[in-house]
Design a protein around this ligand. Structure first.
Ligand SMILES: Cc1ncc(COP(=O)(O)O)c(C=O)c1O
Length: 500
């Protein structure tokens, strides 16, 4: 259920507490926090139209840029949505349940916190949601969502047979509580798969099944970091990792990336942990060179730091075999490897895995037990069969060809239609490309216009902690078919040219 659209926004500024010019937090951040809190508390209802930036800025006594920046941030996080030629609204797709779930609980009798106050940890948790994706967001437009695989290519029949097999003659153990570290046969096939395809060196005991890499990041951050610990992160990098580390109270240290991946240098000094995507740097796409891999492992061994290696789409390389995972090169037990089935199968499955050094396996299993006792067993059993019976390898082979074809279609259409507006070059790996906008472009503004034209993408600025290297758009090409890619490029052209 979503709330009805309020006919007017005239009273809106009254809901926003006064901004404090003397506070450490910039006005833009104060305003986005205040608006987010108003949405989460239900004071600003789904579908409410926000005032135009100029009017809102005048009401609040701040610059229009301050208001536009706060709107951009909340648009990126999914709290707001832009409608073409109309204005900015509180997102319609925010279900009442989600709002209620996020509303802080009322204080229990005698608690002296004001009603609705969250703990410091709770405030950190809700202040940085990991992505703009919302429930019900998955269907159209599929061009150019950066996180979606080809849902239409997933072998549903084979999957259905495997699930049904376990339902028809259920092993009673599958219907009870399972091992929080994961269903044993699944851990075994994952260990074997990673050994063959990624050069990983691991025993099934080191494999911890999780509810996607987001849970892996959350568990790792909570187990390995104390509030205030320095955590290094590729910049630009994956917003989901940034959010998990922030929520654990980490002091984030942006580390630049270049054509060889993360730069191993002074920016890592003092970090207790580093998050990195060596196979295919998210979002810029570099593959970490062997020299860098060895330098990073060396640094971690010397400084006693942890490396979180996120191998989110390592299956998709189009020019031969990938370099082995850092995990397989690590002699010092400093690498925690993250894999996900969200990219290869589908994100709604919510299954992924960690490979942890043997000394950490029990700690991760305990943390997982505490969080939610583990992943659903029937799906784990079906997935173990899916891998063991060859469906998984077959699906990867098929989608690798499909994605290369889709990437080529995107590059060709972009070269034809977007010359001078957005430069899109082919890449040897992955499921997305980064299009480069003219140097003076504002990628968040372009992204907003693209969304209003019905095209999904991600502005590079949303991935950056410091200034992004150039204005750009992250374009996922795995989910849309070729007709949707071509239609998406035509819409993008209209958005980039400022057409209505
Ligand atoms: C860098 C990166 N890691 C991991 C994931 C997958 O996250 P999850 O397994 O939580 O669905 C994504 C998805 O977009 C990603 O871009």
């Amino acid at each position: 259920m979503t709330a009805t659209i309020a006919p007017t926004s005239a009273a809106l500024p009254l809901a926003i507490p006064p901004l404090d010019r003397a506070a450490a937090a910039p006005l833009q951040e104060q305003l986005s926090e205040a608006l987010r809190a108003a949405v989460l508390s239900g004071r600003l209802k789904s579908g409410t139209r926000l005032p135009p930036t100029r009017q809102f800025a005048a009401d609040l006594g701040v610059s229009r840029n301050t208001v536009a920046g706060a709107f951009d941030r909340l648009l990126a996080e999914g709290y707001l949505e832009a409608r073409v030629g109309d204005g900015t609204y509180v997102a319609r797709a925010l279900p009442d349940d989600l709002i209620r779930a996020r509303r802080p609980p009322a204080p229990v009798g005698g608690a002296d916190r004001a009603a609705g106050d969250l703990s410091q940890r709770g405030s950190l948790l809700v202040a940085h949601p990991p992505s703009a994706a919302r429930p019900g967001d998955c269907p159209a437009p599929r061009a150019f969502r950066a996180v979606l695989p080809a849902l239409d290519a997933f072998p549903r029949r084979a999957w259905g047979r495997l699930v049904e097999r376990h339902l028809r003659r259920p092993d009673p153990a599958l219907l009870g509580y399972g091992d929080p570290a994961g269903y044993r046969p699944l851990r075994e096939v994952i260990a074997a798969y990673l050994g063959v395809t990624r050069g990983a060196r691991c025993e099934p005991d080191q494999v911890i099944v999780v509810g996607g890499s987001q849970q892996a990041l959350d568990l790792a951050a909570r187990l390995l970091l104390d509030p205030g610990d320095a955590a290094a992160i590729e910049d630009p990098g994956y917003p989901g990792a940034r959010a998990a580390l922030r929520a654990a109270g980490a002091d984030l240290r942006p580390v630049p990336v270049d054509a060889e991946g993360i730069v191993v240098g002074t920016a890592l000094a003092g970090a207790r942990l580093v998050y990195t995507t060596p196979s295919h740097q998210f979002p810029l796409g570099a593959t970490m060179s062997l020299a860098r891999r060895l330098a990073l492992l060396d640094w971690a061994a010397r400084d006693g730091a942890w490396i979180l290696e996120d191998d989110y789409d390592g299956e998709y390389r189009y020019d031969g075999r990938p370099l082995p995972a850092l995990q397989g090169l690590d002699g010092g037990g400093r690498v925690i490897y993250l894999g996900t089935f969200s990219k290869v199968l589908f994100p709604g499955l919510r299954l992924g895995y960690l490979v942890v050094p043997p000394a950490l396996a029990d700690a991760f299993a305990a943390a997982r037990a505490l969080a939610d006792r583990g992943s659903p067993q029937l799906e784990q059993a079906a997935l173990a069969d899916f891998i063991a019976e060859g469906h998984f390898a077959r699906h990867i082979r098929r989608t690798r060809l499909l994605y290369l074809e889709r990437q080529r279609a995107l590059v060709a259409a972009a070269r034809r239609e977007l010359a001078g507006l957005l430069e899109v070059r082919p890449a040897a790996a992955g499921m997305h490309l980064v299009g480069r906008l003219p140097a003076d472009a504002d990628d968040r503004a372009v992204w907003r216009r693209a969304a209003a034209h019905g095209v999904a993408c991600l502005p590079l600025a949303a991935c950056a902690l410091a200034a992004p290297p150039f204005p750009g758009l992250v374009l996922g090409y795995a989910a849309p078919d070729i007709a949707e890619i071509e239609a998406g490029v035509a819409l993008l052209r209209a958005a980039l040219r400022g057409d209505r």
